[in-house]
Design a protein around this ligand. Structure first.
Ligand code: HEM
Length: 117
């Protein structure tokens, strides 16, 4: 259980690094975004986050469910924004608002994760 928890938490940190790292690198761009780190990171956050919740429940650990619900909602919007950005880019539309929404909301989720106990 312990090793699985560590693996999932590592994945969770790598996922957030992918979204937020690529956001910081490209936040001043107007076009030509590299979006795969954002998309893969957003999927990783939802998958590892839900797995961490499942593991905590299996281990009878106490979670703040209001915080988990808020994080899950924000992460879902991050994922939708990432998908919308990829679709927009393929169609030649404006990607910037979706890219900024995904990056900004992922940063807000870090604050929620760290400050809400
Ligand atoms: C963009 C999306 C997300 C970001 C940036 C994020 C960020 C973080 C961070 C920084 C931590 C470590 C801080 C701490 O342990 O107090 C964490 C832990 C955690 N996150 Fe997330 N998270 C995201 C999505 C999710 C989702 C969707 C869920 C579940 C529905 C989730 C569930 C958890 C759980 C259960 C932990 C505690 C891990 C543990 O120490 O056992 N996260 N998250």
């Amino acid at each position: 259980m312990d090793i699985l928890h560590s693996v999932l938490l590592t994945g969770h940190f790598l996922g957030l690094a992918a979204i937020i790292g690529s956001f910081f690198l490209q936040m001043r761009r107007k076009s030509d975004y590299v979006l795969m780190p954002t998309l893969i990171g957003a999927i990783t956050q939802v998958v590892t986050g839900l797995a961490l919740v499942g593991l905590a429940e299996a281990g009878d650990e106490d979670l703040v469910y209001a915080k988990i619900a808020v994080k899950a909602m924000i992460a879902t919007v991050v994922l939708i924004a990432a998908i919308a950005a990829v679709v927009r880019q393929r169609k030649g539309g404006r990607v910037q608002p979706f890219f900024h929404a995904a990056g900004g909301l992922a940063i807000i989720n870090v604050f929620v994760a760290v400050f809400w106990h």
